[in-house]
Ligand binder design. Structure first.
Ligand code: COA
Length: 375
């Protein structure tokens, strides 16, 4: 049997704290006019000390489940795409799994920088196509502000924090994720990244002094690469899905830079009015940017069931990719399971209690049984 992976829920979460271009001009030698004309960004959101990639991802996930009207216990798989995970390991997805009480879900992270959300969507869709799972939660979440050098005006003006999530559900009705393109060129690994804290440059005093824990970027080269690949990846994914550019309703691109997006649209001869852009308010939120733009477009009523959409992204790696989708929206009422979101506060209390109980049981088991004998 053929299963199709439909997007049936979506949600987002951004920190309340807004950092405008004028605020940045007090930190580094820049100004609103320069940033807006070079990037299109007016402001971005910055996580508070209490927020992390996992907490933003959790909030976005809950909104997406609410939209799809399904319970966390229906989720089979959680994938978090992120470039700023809470830890190197465990996966941020596992923290989200515990926080939302997705008791039967597997969970893992995808690291492919800003392209990560597209790869994560494709992996979840493929698992649904094969019949291996029926419901997935795919999240892009970032707190890149924690990895920025706030004295470097060439990078700190670009990025912002936030999270967006999709629910994917299996259905026998054609639609949902139609095709995908995934590409990489590791010869450009030195153009954009964050090198320290991994196994090649473990955290040490010299790595801290040399600022290797901060994001680095060769803006000009990344710009050239991005404008080159975006139009091609869009055409390739449309060819695979047998959709013409004229039939396409929306392009939802990675929100890196307005000039990059406009150049790609011009190359494709695609009307810019049908390209979703919200980077002016959030900056580049890496893996979160495509779902954030999608959620806002859906909330504004732009996306209609049946619309054909291309998501296209690029980023460090170098990596790039695209995904063609037929928009679905929540499944019809009679097929939904009712998830009592009115009881959300109670549910969150239960989930926290459950997590504490599991830790408590593990603690007592350790005391009673002791450590396992050495082999
Ligand atoms: N404010 C004011 N001036 C700045 C500045 C800032 N924030 N950042 C750099 N400048 C200066 C430079 O020092 C340089 O000055 P100089 O000519 O006296 O040496 C001048 O502006 C031009 O710098 P340049 O780096 O050539 O600017 P640019 O036109 O390439 O724009 C980016 C810089 C970063 C906006 C642009 O390259 C870009 O958007 N690249 C893509 C980045 C991206 O999308 N990354 C994420 C990918 S996922």
């Amino acid at each position: 049997m053929n299963f199709y992976a439909h997007i049936t829920g979506w949600g987002m979460s951004v920190p309340d704290k807004v950092l405008t271009n004028d605020d940045l001009a007090e930190l580094v030698d820049t100004n609103d006019e320069w940033i807006q004309s070079r990037t299109g960004i007016r402001e971005r959101r910055i996580a508070t000390d209490e927020q992390s990639t996992a907490t933003l991802a959790t909030d976005a996930a809950i909104h997406a489940l609410d939209k799809a009207k399904i319970s966390p216990s229906d989720v089979d798989l959680i994938i978090v795409a992120t470039s700023s995970p809470d830890n190197i390991f465990p996966a941020t997805a596992s923290i989200v799994q515990d926080s939302i009480g997705a008791v039967k879900a597997g969970a893992f992270d995808i690291s492919a920088a800003c392209t990560g959300f597209i790869l994560a969507l494709n992996m979840a869709a493929q698992a649904i196509h094969t019949g291996s799972i029926s419901t997935a939660l795919v999240i892009g979440s970032e707190t890149l502000s924690r990895f920025l050098d706030w004295t470097d005006r060439s990078t700190c003006i670009i990025f912002g924090d936030g999270a967006g999530a999709f629910v994917l559900q299996a259905s026998e009705e054609p639609g949902g994720v139609l095709s995908a393109v995934m590409r990489s060129d590791g010869s450009g690994a030195d153009l954009l990244g964050l090198s320290a804290g991994g196994s090649y440059y473990p955290a040490s005093e010299p790595t801290i002094h040399e600022g290797k824990h901060f994001l680095f970027m060769n803006g000009k080269e990344v710009f050239r690469f991005a404008t080159r690949v975006m139009a091609g990846a869009t055409k390739d994914v449309l060819d695979q899905a047998d959709i013409s550019l004229e039939e396409l309703d929306w392009i939802i691109p990675h929100q890196a830079n307005r000039r990059i997006i406009e150049t790609a649209a011009r190359r494709l001869k695609f009307p810019i009015e049908q390209v979703v852009i919200n980077l002016d308010r959030y900056g580049n939120t890496s893996t979160a940017s495509i779902p954030l733009a999608t959620v806002e477009a859906a909330q504004e009523g732009k996306l209609k069931p049946g619309d054909k959409i291309v998501f296209v992204g690029f980023g460090a790696g170098l990596s790039w990719g695209s995904l063609a989708v037929q928009w679905t929206g929540p499944l019809p009422e009679e097929r939904r399971k009712v998830w009592p979101y009115r009881l959300l506060g109670l549910y969150r209390f239960y989930v926290r209690l459950r997590s504490l109980l599991l830790r408590w049981i593990r603690f007592w088991e350790g005391l009673i049984w002791g450590r396992p004998p050495r082999q």
